[in-house]
Design a protein around this ligand. Structure first.
Ligand SMILES: [Zn+2]
Length: 202
């Protein structure tokens, strides 16, 4: 069984299968170091971001409230493994792509990364090896640090560290960030990303 939301994730799964058809958590943790996987993840994150932009364009035209009132769109893709159903394949690849929403100033934001974490729990993912995040850069809302690309926000970092979620991650889980329509990507471990904001993992 391949757990996938749909067509957006398919090219990422293809790239992962080329890496190995019988993944272990170890493979999920190294996947985002492979350029082919990076390319596929960025393309999928870009696609999710565009789908959200298109959705809001259509809503605007119809005079409906936007799903993202600030029009600040972020696409994200999580890579991991779930327990396999057959003895021959103890683990199977898992990929989930998402985008962020914040319908109004008062409404809670729901980030792509938060959706990835929720989806991972739903399918009993045993290890998120990497998360790709694609969005326009801006200073971090909590630390105020402006890095070269947009990191998961303070709320998402809390969500990753949360006692009910941290089992999904490892100290070697990779975070890849990139700007929309840019080939330049940055890959670092989860603890390193958190340290850049003066925070500790876990
Ligand atoms: Zn966030």
């Amino acid at each position: 069984m391949i757990v996938a939301q749909g067509l957006v994730e398919a090219p990422v799964l293809d790239a992962l299968f080329k890496l190995t058809a019988r993944p272990r958590p170890e493979d999920a943790l190294r996947a985002l170091r492979e350029v082919d996987v990076q390319d596929a993840v960025l393309a999928a994150a870009q696609r999710m971001r565009h789908l959200a932009i298109e959705e809001d364009d259509a809503r605007k035209e119809r005079g409906q409230p936007l799903i993202n009132y600030r029009r600040f769109y972020v696409g994200g893709v999580g890579i991991g493994v779930v327990l396999g159903r057959r003895y021959s394949t103890p683990y199977e690849w898992w990929v989930f792509a998402a985008s962020n929403t914040k319908p109004s100033k008062k409404a809670d934001k729901y980030c792509a990364e938060m959706r990835i974490i929720r989806a991972a729990k739903e399918v009993r993912c045993s290890c998120i090896g990497g998360i790709g995040v694609l969005g326009e850069n801006q200073p971090d809302g909590r630390s105020g640090n402006l890095r070269k690309t947009l990191d998961p926000c303070g709320g998402c970092r809390d969500c990753m560290r949360h006692v009910g979620n941290r089992y999904l991650f490892r100290a070697r889980t990779l975070i890849m960030t990139a700007q929309p329509l840019s080939q330049v990507r940055y890959v670092e471990t989860l603890p390193k990303m958190m340290a850049a904001h003066g925070e500790k993992w876990p």
